[in-house]
Design a protein around this ligand. Structure first.
Ligand SMILES: [Zn+2]
Length: 361
């Protein structure tokens, strides 16, 4: 028995009840699903290929900047125009190609801070328009990250948006506490280490507020996470904290010890150890965000190709095999971009294995 048996839609983008069923299944079986940031059709297919080969569900997401890139850097992002339309274009692309890979896909958008709320509004408008036509939202889920605001305001605004989203049976991921480091132009490198750990009481406050609206939400709390890859520093990752969040919430809810009432998300996963991942998964982490290390993985294939084939790439005609030899089969983007896809696919497969997501279909 695999996850496909509990889903009503077995392949392609899943929504509503199916998203909840998938995360619940991950809880029960003890695995997490990587959420990979994509910026192009090439990175989308790299990720889908990994999920297909590993027989795993997958989460595909665009960040605010990644979405604008998907639209094309030539489009101005005035009033979030490129980020809205790039995310929508990515969503339609993923929706159309994902069934060909035979895996269930959660279609998600990454961090949305307060100043980016016009982006979020634009995405929800697109969801509602799609819902009118097809009876489901365009995206499976979205993330709101108001963690820079005071907790009350953060939770209050999340609840407000969640009410709108729940009418479409859509999943919300929210962040409470601060992820350190730097990603997509948001720099938290200056934040004091003590603010990088969320308390179990605060996490429970989120659960209390959101569970009144719908069960379809997850929490990205901070347990020392950092975006990007750094040398080990003064912020220590404490994945055991996720266990404290679960047991505190279970106690408040009168559930038996060891139950996992919360769906938790691991941000800033790049550079973490296998043990840190498995500890987080043991305590109910169902989604791990991966960006930085996959950006690097994508580069390595292209970099190595360019460096080893340098003498075939300096002109359209003429290489070490002869002055008149054509180089078309070396500079065709289908050849060198493909090398980046291969190395990204391999890295995603490695992660699927570490997260115990491989073979779960
Ligand atoms: Zn993040």
């Amino acid at each position: 028995m695999g996850v496909e048996e509990v889903l009503s839609r077995k392949t392609g983008v899943i929504v509503g009840e199916d998203v909840h069923k998938l995360f619940k299944y991950a809880h029960e079986k003890g695995f997490a699903i990587p959420a990979v940031n994509v910026t192009s059709s090439s990175t989308v297919v790299s990720v889908l290929e990994a999920a297909r080969d590993s027989k795993s569900p997958i989460i595909i997401q665009t960040s605010n900047g990644g979405a604008a890139y998907f639209a094309g850097k030539g489009i101005a992002n005035t009033n979030q125009y490129a980020s809205i339309h790039g995310a929508i274009a990515a969503a339609h692309y993923v929706r159309s190609i994902a069934p060909s890979y035979g895996v269930p896909v959660v279609l998600h958008t990454d961090h949305c801070a307060k100043k980016l709320l016009p982006w979020f509004d634009g995405l929800l408008d697109a969801d509602e328009a799609y819902y009118k036509q097809h009876g489901e939202p365009l995206f499976s889920s979205h993330m709101l990250d108001l963690s820079e605001e005071p907790d009350e305001e953060n939770i209050g605004l999340c609840a407000k948006y969640f009410k709108r989203m729940s009418k479409m049976d859509q999943w919300l991921e929210m962040e409470i506490g601060i992820t350190g480091g730097e990603e997509d132009g948001v720099n938290n490198e200056h934040i004091h280490a003590s603010r990088l750990y969320t308390t179990p009481e605060t996490v429970y406050k989120v659960h209390e507020a959101l569970s009144k609206i719908s069960p379809n939400f997850s929490i990205a709390a901070s347990f020392g996470n950092t975006h990007g890859m750094y040398k080990p520093g003064n912020v220590v990752l404490k994945p055991e904290l996720l266990g404290d969040y679960q047991s505190y919430a279970a106690k408040q809810l009168g559930l038996k010890e060891g139950s996992k009432p919360l769906f938790l998300v691991f941000h800033g996963g790049s550079g973490s150890s296998d043990k840190e991942f498995t500890t987080a998964i043991k305590f109910g982490c169902v989604k791990v965000n991966l960006d930085t290390e996959l950006q690097y993985a994508y580069l390595t294939g292209i970099r190595d190709y360019i460096l080893t084939k340098k003498d075939y790439l300096s002109s359209t005609v003429g290489n070490p095999e002869g002055a008149g030899k054509p180089n078309k089969k070396y500079f065709d983007p289908r050849v060198w971009v493909r090398e980046g896809e291969k190395t990204e696919t391999e890295k995603v497969k490695e992660r699927l294995h570490v997260f115990n997501a491989d073979g779960q279909l």
